[in-house]
Ligand binder design. Sequence first.
Ligand code: ARG
Length: 571
Amino acid sequence: MKNFKQDIASQIYEVTNINEKELETYIETPKDTKNGDYSFPCFRLAKELKKAPPAIANELKEKLENKIEKNENIEKVKVSGGYLNFFINKNILIKEVLTEISNEKEYGKSEIGKGKNIIVEYSSPNIAKPFHIGHLRTTLIGNSLYKIYKYLGYNTIGINHLGDYGTQFGKMIEAYKMWENEYNLEEDPINKMMDMYVRINNLCKQDEEVLERCRQNFKLLEDGDKYCVDLWNKFKDLSMIEFNKIYDILNVKFDSYNGEAFYADKIDDVIKVLEEKGKLQESDGAKIVDLEDVGISTPCLVQKANGSSIYATRDLAAIMYRAKTYNFDKCLYVVAYEQNLHFKQIFAVAKYLVDEKYAKGLKHVSYGMVSLPTGRMSTRLGNVVKIEDLINGTIEKAEEIITEKNAQLKNKEEVAKKVGIGAIIFNTLSTATIKDQIFDWDTALNFQGETGAYIQYTYVRTKSVLEKVGYIPKFEDIKVENLLDEHSLEILKLIYNFKDTLIQVTDKNEPSILSKYLIELAKAYSSFYNENKIITEDKQLQDARVYLTYAVGLVLKQGAELLGMEMPEKM
Ligand code: ARG
């Protein structure tokens, strides 16, 4: 597809000699189309050219005018304050978009990531502990990033870095030894294991002897004692059954479940390299890496006084292993912002452990807190929300709403599942990743708000238009002049920007860019639908509008799927 942005950047390059790629990143798409289709903020060059932005804009315009007259892609350029506004040739835009839509089954798919390896680490719950609402957020953000990178041609590896290691397992083993008969773990595994853990933990606080036995158990586990390893596996299997229920409903998959335990026997390399480079220091018998000179005041603890590894050490071992195994270009960690310091520290230490190329590719995709509103929902679900209950509750609620709106609908249950899960996914991915958010049924399931249900509803609307007319026109028959009205053009421009939107998501590791895009597209279609009669006497006009409807449906569906949602055909 023609790249208008690139074209504009190369024109500016010719008259300024400033790096074309850099220029391209400056180009914006103005909200109001009256200000053109693309706009170049001249303040970006003010420092370099030592002039005020409006002066730069005027000068550039003068120099560009001649070239633009000869360039068929660009209609005209206008100055507005410190901005240079470009108006592209609408006929070309329309033809480009329609051709691309007709050619591609998977619109916007690309190969730009070819040959690059991207690790997305997401979900990573802890064994024998509840999968909480924060884990839901990393699961959905990671799943979407995984899909989008893949769609852009990257070789993508999804890793669930399970929290399956640590001294708490020594305690769990002791609890099991003592109270095996009191707990029927199979019945409600995670809660029962939680109860056992809380109980043994309290006991350890009172009884030094019990604590010592727990330490022994952990040592035995580390040394591969069969009884302890078998028990640890049992805890892990029971937890995975629960986690998999959630992954199954959400249709989330991973390529690897190598968690913390996987790295327990790989920490010697970490210690060895740090030792060789003289980066390890003793502190009360423990080993630490001082990070003061890189601006981090808290040192990174890598080995406890008793010689065992900690969470950070296992992460460091994982970085070395992943560099070697996956030769990654980027390794993303979708983890809550509470762990900001942890990632700062391990990324700093990683510079001593792996090549610069890898150290530079490490990225913490930090997300904010999720909470539930007080009131109706929390009373119904209790204080500690089981994620499975939250999901099922949302599906039930979706079914109520659907039944109210469309009692006749067939396979209501299936639709409710798509709408309910879609509501959770879209709600999670529509807030900027770093921001805190609230999950509230009423907002998330509103068919008219900025929600997943609204995207699905708009998609279903395009489907019913196509069903009503009973055909999809051939794109060769579409007359460009029938799509030059304001509403059609707005849609066409958005569709044109789809691929660019996906690239922005990967540049910023921010799926909310795609959610916002889909809302804009759905809104644009609603205006189009309300203002333009689709079924009309004028067959050519009808064809053009039906085709545009078809295109909107295609892009909405593709985009939603990249967020992890499924589309109902009716609702
Ligand atoms: N298991 C941790 C938790 O639930 C998250 C793990 C994050 N990933 C990592 N490589 N440290 O908080």
